[in-house]
Design a protein around this ligand. Structure first.
Ligand SMILES: [Zn+2]
Length: 173
């Protein structure tokens, strides 16, 4: 299709759309909007600044500031990291915490306050959350292992401390 033909066609199209003669037609002389990358910024023919964000464009004041789209502004109430990962979104929706903070919270409850933790777990079950993901279980296992190792280290340290005490007692007697 030659340029003149496509221009005529776009005129006909704009008449159908009811936009003929309007501003919308001003850039239609074979101009193709360039492909923008995330973070690209530019100024259009009206002098309005634009910036390409991930999946959408912002213009004007937003394009020159660091304010991101509202839905990207979810933060964990614990560590304040942005909630971007699907598993973080899951726990954040229910508890306002990211995945790891939520697990920490539950583990703290289970270790320090067993009854409170039991009640909390029951509540969660009753709310019928999604079944626990494999990853989550692995993470808990990992954390358990770390705790066990810490307990083991402590008992070794205690044993050594005790033998030192015994040795020094023997020396002194
Ligand atoms: Zn967190």
């Amino acid at each position: 299709m030659d340029k003149k033909h496509s221009k005529n066609l776009s005129r006909v199209q704009s008449m159908v759309d009811g936009t003929y003669g309007g501003k919308i037609q001003s850039g239609y002389d074979g101009e193709v909007e360039p492909v923008r990358k995330v973070g690209d910024s530019w100024i259009d023919s009206d002098g309005t600044p634009w910036e390409q964000r991930n999946g959408y464009k912002v213009k004007g004041r937003l394009a020159t500031s660091n304010i991101t789209h509202h839905s990207w502004d979810n933060k964990c109430s614990g560590c304040e990291k942005l909630i971007l990962k699907p598993w973080d979104k899951d726990t954040h929706k229910a508890d306002g915490r990211c995945y790891h903070c939520q697990m920490n919270y539950e583990l703290d409850l289970s270790f320090d306050k067993p009854i409170r933790w039991y009640a909390y777990r029951r509540l969660k079950e009753l709310q019928n959350m999604k079944s626990i993901e494999k990853e989550l279980l692995q993470w808990v296992d990992e954390l358990e292992k770390q705790k066990q190792e810490k307990i083991y280290d402590m008992s070794v340290a205690n044993a050594m401390a005790n033998s030192n005490v015994e040795m020094s007692i023997k020396k002194n007697t």
